[in-house]
Design a protein around this ligand. Structure first.
Ligand SMILES: [Zn+2]
Length: 138
């Protein structure tokens, strides 16, 4: 069997209910939970790697947040930092073009966003942030 044929058969199998049930059972098992945790770790490490290799400085980020008057660049809501990680008002760094799509961790690609908008946006691109209220004086 050719590699191509094998892949096609596998792809077809993955559309079946039998596979979905098996996959669900696996992801709930100890092994599956471990797999997902490692997958998340890999994703986080890759993201951190990209962020630390970017050019955005803490100073530049503060200037950007100030120019946006601490508001979310997408919904305009005031964002906060003294809340829990999952609070919808939490201020997060949003990469307009996601890092996963080749965007840079630099001042031209970073805006403040509330947790709610950032979660909704995920790794989609095409979200257009509002322009800052104040000037970006770096
Ligand atoms: Zn928002």
């Amino acid at each position: 069997m050719t590699e191509e044929k094998r892949k096609a058969i596998l792809a077809r199998y993955r559309l079946t209910d039998k596979y979905k049930v098996k996959q669900e059972r696996y992801l709930e098992s100890e092994k599956g939970v471990d797999y997902l945790s490692k997958k998340r770790q890999r994703h986080r490490r890759r993201r951190l790697n990209k962020e630390t290799s970017g050019t955005l400085t803490a100073y530049e980020y503060r200037v950007i947040v100030h120019a946006y008057r601490k508001k979310c660049a997408y919904c305009g809501k005031i964002t906060r930092t003294n809340v829990s990680d999952h609070d919808p008002d939490l201020r997060t760094i949003d990469h307009v073009i996601p890092l996963s799509k080749g965007g840079e961790h630099s001042r031209t690609n970073v805006v403040p966003a509330c947790r709610a908008c950032n979660d909704l946006k995920g790794d989609q691109d095409g979200w257009v942030p509002q322009p800052p209220i104040g000037k970006l004086k770096f």
